[in-house]
Design a binder for this molecule. Structure first.
Ligand SMILES: *Cc1c(COP(=O)(O)O)cnc(C)c1O
Length: 398
C-alpha cells in the first residue's frame, strides 16, 4: 500500500467526513507546486482555495513566521501587539479603512461585520432595524451567522433555527435589492465577485448603484472580500475596480499566506460602535498570524505581484478563450485577475479527478464551473502547462 493510501485509511478512521476528500495527501509545497506523500508532483491552480496567493511557502513569509515563532507566539489582546499594529497600519494605508478588528477566519470576520452593523444601527436608529440583505448564490462562511447570511440552501439544511434577519436577493439585480429595502434594513452585504457561487461577476455599475442605494437609505455597505481581497483580482482589493467605497470590508483567505487570520475593516466613526468589551477573540491578531500578514502584504505591495496577477490573468483568460473556440461544451470564460471561471454545459466533477491524476489541481463549483484561483506568482510557462493538460482532458470529453 502506498504512503498516501495509508494516510487516507487513517484519515477515514478519525476525521469527520465533512469534506468528501479527494485521495490526495499533500506533504510539501513550493511556489505553484505541491508534492504528495509518494513524491508525485502537482501544478496547483487551487492554491488552498485562494489562500496561497504568494504560492506555497513564500520565502519572505516563511522567514517572518520562523523569526516570530522564536520571539513571541501569543500573548493576549489585553495588551498592545506590535505586529498587529503594523498590519493594521498597512491595511489602513492601502484601503478606505481607518480601523481593523482581527480574528481567525473569513466566517469570523463576517460575524464581526454583522455585529458591528447591527450595533451601529441600533445605537443610531433604535431597535428593530437589524435586517441584512445578501445575494442568492453568495457564500459567507459556515458559522451560524455565516450560513444565515449565505444565499444557498445546501449550507443550511438540517441546522435550523438559523439567525434571523437575513434576506437573499439575486446578485446583480439592483431593482430586486431596492424593493427589498424596508425600515428594518440596516445593511447590504455582498461579495464583489461571487466565488463559491460560480465566479459570478457583477454587471457594470452595479456596485455604484448599490452604493447609491445605501447612501439614500442610510444603509451600510459590507463587502465580503474574503476571497477577492489580498490581490486576487489584480488590485489589492476588488472594490477598487468598482469605484466604490464600502463601509465595512472583511478579509481572510490570502491575508496570512496560509496562517489563519481574518480581519474586519471599517472607518473611524463607525468602528467606535464596537467599544471596549463588545467583541473579541482570544487568538485574533496574535503575533504569529499578524507577522505572517505583514510579510504577505509587503510582498503583495512591493514585489510586483499585483502586476503579475493582472498580466497572467489576462493571458490565462485568453488561452481559455481559445479552448472555448475549440470545445462547444464550454459556454463561458470569465474572471478578473486570477479569479477565473470556465462554465460548461456538462458536469465538471470527473474532470477535476482526471486532472488530479495527471498532476493538475483544479476545482469545480456549482457543478459546471471550473474555478481557477492559482498563486498570483504563476508564470506563463506554468499556465501553458495547465492549458496543455486541460486541452487533453477536454479533447477526451468532446
Ligand atoms: C471562504 C469564504 C468565507 C469563509 O471563510 P472561512 O475562513 O472558511 O471561514 C467567507 N466568505 C467568502 C466570500 C469566502 O470565499
Amino acid at each position: 500500500m502506498s504512503k498516501s493510501q495509508q494516510w487516507i485509511e487513517r484519515n477515514d478512521q478519525v476525521i469527520t467526513a465533512t469534506y468528501g476528500r479527494y485521495p490526495l495527501v499533500p506533504v510539501r509545497g513550493a511556489g505553484c507546486r505541491l508534492w504528495d506523500a509518494d513524491g508525485k508532483e502537482y501544478l496547483d491552480l487551487l492554491a488552498g482555495v485562494a489562500v496561497n496567493n504568494l504560492g506555497h511557502c513564500p520565502p519572505k513569509v516563511v522567514t517572518a513566521i520562523q523569526e516570530q515563532a522564536a520571539t513571541l507566539l501569543h500573548c493576549s489582546n489585553f495588551y498592545n501587539i506590535p505586529q498587529q499594529i503594523r498590519l493594521a497600519e498597512l491595511l489602513c494605508d492601502n484601503s478606505f479603512a481607518q480601523r481593523v478588528f482581527f480574528c481567525n477566519s473569513g466566517a469570523e470576520a463576517n460575524e464581526a461585520a454583522i455585529k458591528l452593523a447591527r450595533k451601529y444601527s441600533g445605537e443610531k436608529f433604535g431597535p428593530n432595524r437589524s435586517e441584512v440583505l445578501t445575494a442568492l448564490a453568495s457564500f459567507h462562511g459556515r458559522t451560524y451567522c455565516g450560513i444565515s447570511a449565505t444565499g444557498q440552501e445546501k449550507v443550511k439544511e438540517g441546522f435550523a433555527p438559523l439567525l434571523p434577519g437575513f434576506k437573499h436577493l439575486p446578485f446583480g439585480d439592483i431593482e430586486a435589492l431596492r424593493s427589498a429595502v424596508s425600515d428594518q434594513t440596516c445593511a447590504i452585504m455582498l461579495e464583489p465577485i461571487q466565488g463559491e457561487g460560480g465566479v459570478n461577476l457583477p454587471p457594470v455599475d452595479y456596485f455604484k448603484q448599490v452604493r447609491h442605494l445605501c447612501d439614500e437609505q442610510d444603509l451600510l455597505l459590507i463587502l465580503d472580500e474574503v476571497q477577492t481581497g489580498c490581490g486576487r483580482t489584480g488590485t489589492l482589493f476588488a472594490y477598487e475596480q468598482e469605484d466604490v467605497t464600502p463601509d465595512i470590508m472583511t478579509l481572510a483567505k490570502g491575508l496570512g499566506s496560509g496562517v489563519s487570520i481574518g480581519a474586519m475593516l471599517a472607518g473611524n466613526e463607525l468602528a467606535t460602535h464596537l467599544g471596549p468589551g463588545t467583541h473579541g477573540s482570544t487568538f485574533g491578531g496574535n503575533p504569529l498570524a499578524t507577522a505572517a500578514g505583514v510579510a504577505t502584504l509587503e510582498v503583495l505591495l512591493n514585489d510586483g505581484v499585483l502586476d503579475n496577477c493582472r498580466k497572467m490573468g489576462a493571458y490565462f483568460c485568453a488561452e481559455l478563450n481559445k479552448l472555448q473556440q475549440k470545445y462547444n461544451f464550454i459556454t463561458n470564460v470569465r474572471g478578473r485577475g486570477l479569479m477565473i471561471g470556465l462554465e460548461m454545459n456538462i458536469e465538471g466533477g470527473e474532470m477535476v479527478k482526471t486532472a488530479m491524476a495527471r498532476g493538475l489541481l483544479i476545482n469545480c463549483t456549482v457543478g459546471k464551473v471550473l474555478r481557477f484561483v492559482p498563486p498570483l506568482i504563476i508564470t506563463r510557462k506554468e499556465i501553458d502547462q495547465a492549458i496543455d493538460l486541460l486541452d487533453g482532458i477536454f479533447s477526451e470529453v468532446a
